[in-house]
Write a protein that binds this ligand. Structure first.
Ligand code: NDP
Ligand code: GDR
Length: 333
């Protein structure tokens, strides 16, 4: 009788403590992976694993110390971990902050990807690599609906850094034959979204106003529109890309775009309030250069990966508002 030995595949995730890292870890653990995450040193180590704890998986993932800006740490980690799949999700990911810290953003979001690609090339060139590219690369849109064929026009230091990382991924695929894919993901949100991003800022604001903890909510440009999906859906697309025989780039989006104003309407209506009574605008939250409209065409992902967004914006915003109400209630009580 032949013995069947089941070896768990290993995934290495940078950015494991962020929104997508947490949901991706959950997905991969469910699929039977050993999940190892990159942890950058911080004096506030107690708050770092909050998202993994929220999902109840903090004890199921392994953490290794390092930093995307430190090539030698990445080389040592890949030598020790020997991953089958590598997901590069780490970044300075807040667009607005990239004008305040353009060089750090370039270092982490751009050069960080180059460091990791170099480490992969040196240590484990047969591992599969995922790069977290972004719809922000389309910036000043060159086509009304953006697909993999749409030319890029980045509008922030963040988007410029992402574009460098994106092309480095393509270049390492073409130059060294790495199984390296980029997901050009449009905005995706969840109750685990950072509080500074507009969806979470709005749902948190709605929760505070509803509970009498705040009187109003100050935002920037209400006319910008985004194609918003749910992070839980989008991490599935990342995994699917690495299961393909051939590496490639894919747009991941819902195909619906909504203004910040309409987002406010959806979120406030969920608790029976009129957003116009509470939302004000402040120049503080306007950007030096704006991305006015984003709308993605994910038909390639549907055709080749069998991937489709499954969560409506209304359902996602309801989930986020309810989660923020619970968070604030548990602080009050
Ligand atoms: P988050 O901002 O929630 O997470 C970013 C992660 O990067 C955190 O784990 C953070 O660690 C880590 N990180 C930052 N700097 C470093 C560094 N120098 N070394 C190691 N780790 C670092 O981002 P999301 O989860 O929302 O997004 C994941 C990726 O996808 C990002 O690259 C983002 O730019 C990209 N993206 C996101 C989209 C979205 O809508 N969410 C859309 C398209 C692309 P720490 O916890 O210590 O801060
Ligand atoms: P974005 O997300 O820049 O698209 O990047 P964000 O939620 O920050 O902004 C979306 C749009 O909302 C407008 N806006 C405001 N934004 C914030 N943060 N705060 C406000 O008060 C506010 N008022 C209006 C912005 O001007 C913008 O037009 C996100 C990040 O996750 C990136 O890492 C990722 O690559 C892209 O999505 C796709």
């Amino acid at each position: 009788m032949e013995l069947e030995i089941n070896v768990k595949p290993t995934a290495f995730i940078t950015g494991i403590t962020g929104q997508d890292g947490a949901y991706l870890s959950q997905l991969l653990l469910q699929k039977g992976y050993r999940v190892v995450g990159l942890l950058r040193r911080s004096a506030s180590a107690d708050v770092i694993g909050a998202r993994l704890r929220w999902l109840g998986i903090a004890d199921d993932v392994e953490m290794v110390d390092g930093n995307l800006t430190d090539l030698s740490s990445l080389i040592r980690i890949l030598e020790t971990v020997s991953p089958d799949e590598i997901y590069n999700l780490a970044a300075q990911s807040f667009v607005a902050a990239s004008w305040q810290q353009p060089l750090l953003t370039g270092n982490v979001t751009g050069m960080g990807a180059a460091n990791l690609l170099e480490a992969v090339r040196i240590v484990c060139p047969s591992s599969k690599y995922y790069q977290a590219s972004s719809s922000e690369m389309f910036g000043l849109i060159q086509e009304p609906v953006q697909s993999e064929k749409t030319p890029f026009y980045p509008r922030s230091p963040y988007a410029v850094a992402k574009l460098y990382a994106h092309w480095m991924t393509t270049n390492y695929r073409e130059s060294f034959g790495l199984h390296a894919s980029s997901g050009i993901l449009f905005n995706h949100e969840s109750p685990l979204r950072g509080i500074e991003f507009v969806t979470r800022k709005v749902t948190d604001g709605v929760a505070k106003i509803k509970l009498g903890l705040a009187k109003n909510l100050s935002l920037g440009n209400l006319n910008a529109t985004r194609d918003w999906g749910h992070a839980r859906d989008y991490v599935k697309a990342m995994w699917l890309m690495l299961q393909q025989e051939t590496p490639d780039d894919y747009v991941i989006a819902t195909g619906r775009t909504t203004s910040i104003r309409d987002l406010c309407n959806i979120a406030f209506s969920h608790v029976g309030l009129n957003y116009q009574d509470f939302v004000m605008t402040s120049q503080d939250f306007f950007r030096p250069a704006e991305v006015d409209v984003l709308l993605g065409d994910a038909s390639k992902a549907k055709q080749k990966l069998g991937w489709e967004a499954t969560t409506s914006l209304e359902d996602m915003i309801s989930e986020m508002v309810e989660a923020d109400i619970s968070r604030h209630k548990s602080k009050i009580s």
